[in-house]
Write a protein that binds this ligand. Structure first.
Ligand SMILES: [Zn+2]
Length: 240
């Protein structure tokens, strides 16, 4: 179940599925990413607030809608072309950035490891959810039954309309919630498809965020609704 909490009076979104790690989504009130390349003072200030709160520094990769998943290393700050980051240490934190695409936060309480990945339509078509989970399972001996996944705020199936080409690429994947389509237009439920991909490899503990970046645009950024905004909300993870 998702609920809003606060850091320094600014809203963040959490789920009670992950209790023994710091896992949350930022909102408009505490934006820590501006893709615009501006020297955004508010973003820098917010980043400081979160670093203070977590008592550690934060690492973020350069996301390119790939299906590349890397392992975060302390004092390494460059992760080019990386849309999934695995965290195995508790002396730093990671974050990835979103505006409509689906954020996925993974956490295995038994092994005390986790990951965040970025599943837009390209990442979803390439099954980045499964690629990330399989790395935890194969390289870090995670049992899929112990992996909790938060499927965070993302554009909902009603709001996410795509053309036929994109639809067909995504639909190579099983689609549990087909939605009615009008002529040449197709609706896609990215959160639902990612949940299905995770269930297909034995992951049972999944919490799907009820908030849509368009329908609930007062809380989150939407690339579509905010007309190509450079601001992002973020998924943040720190191990205990
Ligand atoms: Zn919506």
């Amino acid at each position: 179940m998702y609920y809003f909490d606060e850091i320094d009076g600014k809203k963040i979104l959490k789920s009670d599925l992950i209790k023994n790690a710091q896992a949350f989504f930022t909102t408009r009130e505490i934006c820590i990413c501006d893709k615009g390349g501006n020297d955004n003072k508010e973003v820098k200030n917010n980043l400081g607030i979160i670093e203070n709160y977590l008592k550690t520094k934060l690492i973020s990769p350069t996301q390119t809608h790939s299906a590349n998943v890397d392992i975060a290393i302390e004092n390494k700050f460059e992760y080019p072309d990386t849309d999934g980051l695995i965290l195995t240490k508790n002396n730093f934190a990671i974050f990835l950035n979103f505006a409509d695409c689906t954020p996925l936060i993974f956490y295995d309480e038994k092994q005390n490891i986790g990951a965040i990945s970025h599943a837009g339509w390209r990442g979803t078509a390439q099954k980045i959810a499964q690629i990330t989970a399989q790395k935890l399972i194969n390289e870090y001996k995670s049992n899929p039954k112990n992996i909790c996944v938060l499927i965070g705020p993302a554009i909902c199936g009603k709001c996410y309309e795509v053309g036929e080409e994109v639809y067909n690429k995504i639909m190579d994947n099983p689609h549990p919630f087909p939605l009615p389509k009008s002529e040449g237009k197709f609706n896609v439920d990215l959160k639902g498809i990612n949940a299905k991909q995770l269930a297909d490899i034995g992951i049972e503990k999944i919490d799907i965020c009820p908030y849509c970046t368009c329908c609930n645009n007062e809380y989150f950024f939407s690339y579509r609704k905010d007309h190509g905004t450079t601001l992002r909300h973020s998924a943040v993870l720190k191990l205990n």
